[in-house]
Ligand binder design. Structure first.
Ligand code: NAD
Length: 427
């Protein structure tokens, strides 16, 4: 099938590359010329394990190409995906300007019957709006589909190829048939719904997962105050099949490009439609506390932070990605600096992106350089390499051996036996 993907970011690029890999002829479109130039040379503009190999393989086979020309890509394709960003605004409502621009451009380029699939995360009713926008420019036959994406950065390729489910909101038998055909090589449960339910499934799923994390984070705060161990509590809860152990790991809060924005969008949608989303609001409030908790723990040990050197290990919002959007490290570093600390940070892949978001702190290309002379260290992102650090060396180079493990990731017993002051989150 001939497919165009409008928006070549984390979702669009993975969608385009993977659809090419299962045999479709895909053209990826972006307004960012630099991105498209890189991709034309076979380089991925984002860090995503396995993605570059798939891009190169399919480019070579002539099944994957890149352009900045939306009109030409739309004209030449039968299925058109919209996968542009829908970032949040201050009110929590998504900024739909990129999406609107993409929809308008598709409308203007329509020629012949096409299936237009909305993959961006959008408020309920948006795919109906897509139909209206296209109809302004084109009076021939076309079908709209809502097909939210559930991939996770860091495991995006695997998530796309082996998803738990594929949700397809559509109104016509034709759209259903085409989508079924398009995804045929991917073995997963396909759920067909109406457009609005499909759109809400995405927000409800993300808000539910974020709430699950906030729940265990709040339990972790109670563990801190009672002496219980949140890892044992979570294990005990997770053994109940109705609860399951996933997303029950306490830490310094959820971030990234999706959870904060989608929870806020759900809250906003609830207000707009007279159905206040009180649980999502509470999850968000708990998350704000979870993000500052590691700093409070450092203050507990060091008292004043003025001119204290604090090493921050890990900046990306989670391991295996260079994405810094709404990363907990941003809040933690802001709070440390507010308290007068000198921050020295290390991340294996997110340093460049972090510089643009966090600004003027010390950035280091290896963890030991960041830890040298530190009065305390906060592990913010659980990159596997942090578990393999030479802690004998770490103890020697730090000024004080204080480790706040904000992801409960390190070997607590080993570190304590070595003489570190170790504190996790509820652990
Ligand atoms: P992104 O910011 O990484 O990529 C968006 C891309 O769209 C950018 O490259 C941008 O230049 C491009 N773009 C903007 N306007 C355009 C236009 N008019 N024409 C062509 N290209 C345009 O965003 P993302 O993380 O890939 O997210 C895309 C959507 O998918 C969002 O709605 C997001 O909520 C959703 N989503 C994201 C993830 C994730 O893990 N990142 C997971 C599931 C769903």
């Amino acid at each position: 099938m001939k497919v165009a993907v409008i928006g070549t970011g984390y979702v669009g690029l993975v969608t385009g590359a993977c659809l090419a890999d299962i045999g479709h002829e895909v053209i990826c479109v972006d307004i960012d010329k630099k991105k498209i130039e890189m991709l034309k040379k076979g380089h991925s503009p984002i860090y995503e394990p396995g993605l570059e190999t798939i891009i190169r393989r399919n480019k070579k086979k002539g099944r994957l190409s890149f352009t900045t020309n939306t009109g030409a890509a739309v004209k030449d394709s039968y299925v058109i995906f919209i996968a542009v960003g829908t970032p949040q605004t201050a009110s929590g409502k998504p900024n739909m300007s990129f999406w609107k621009q993409a929809a308008e451009r598709i409308g203007k380029a329509m020629q012949g019957e096409k299936i237009i699939v909305n993959k961006s995360t959008v408020p309920v009713g948006t795919t109906e709006l897509l139909k209206k926008i296209i109809s302004r420019y084109y009076d021939g036959e076309f079908h709209v589909v809502s097909n939210p994406e559930f991939l996770r950065e860091g495991t995006a390729v695997q998530d796309f190829m082996k998803p738990d489910r594929i949700v397809i909101g559509c109104e016509s038998a034709k759209a259903k048939k085409v989508m079924n055909e398009l995804y045929k090589p991917i073995k997963a449960k396909k759920l067909y719904t109406d457009l609005r339910s499909s759109e809400l499934i995405k927000y409800a799923s993300n808000a539910f997962l974020a709430t699950k994390i906030s729940f265990i984070n709040e339990i972790a705060m109670l563990c801190d105050n009672t002496g219980a161990n949140v890892k044992d509590v979570a294990t005990g809860m997770g053994l109940d099949k109705r609860i399951n152990p996933l997303f029950l790991r306490a830490g310094c809060g959820w971030g990234g490009s999706c959870f904060p924005k989608d929870v806020n969008a759900l809250i906003h949608m609830g207000k707009e439609h007279g159905a206040r989303q009180r649980i999502a609001i509470a999850a968000s409030v708990v998350n704000a506390s979870a993000k500052v908790l590691p700093v409070k723990k450092v203050i507990k040990h060091l008292k004043a932070l003025k001119d204290k050197r604090i090493a921050v290990l890990g900046l990306a919002f989670k391991p295996n990605t260079d994405d810094m959007r709404d990363a907990s490290s941003i809040t933690i570093i802001r709070e440390l600096r507010k308290a007068g600390a000198i921050v020295s940070a290390y991340d294996p892949v997110a340093l460049e992106n972090a510089k643009a978001v966090i600004g003027d702190i010390e950035y280091h290309k290896n963890p030991y350089a960041a830890l040298r002379g530190a009065d305390a260290a906060i592990l913010v992102t659980e990159w596997p390499e942090f578990a393999k650090l030479n802690f004998r060396k770490v103890k020697k180079i730090m000024k004080r051996p204080i480790i706040i493990d904000a992801r409960n990731f390190l070997n607590k017993k080993m570190l304590k036996d070595m003489g570190f002051v170790y504190e996790g989150i509820g652990f």
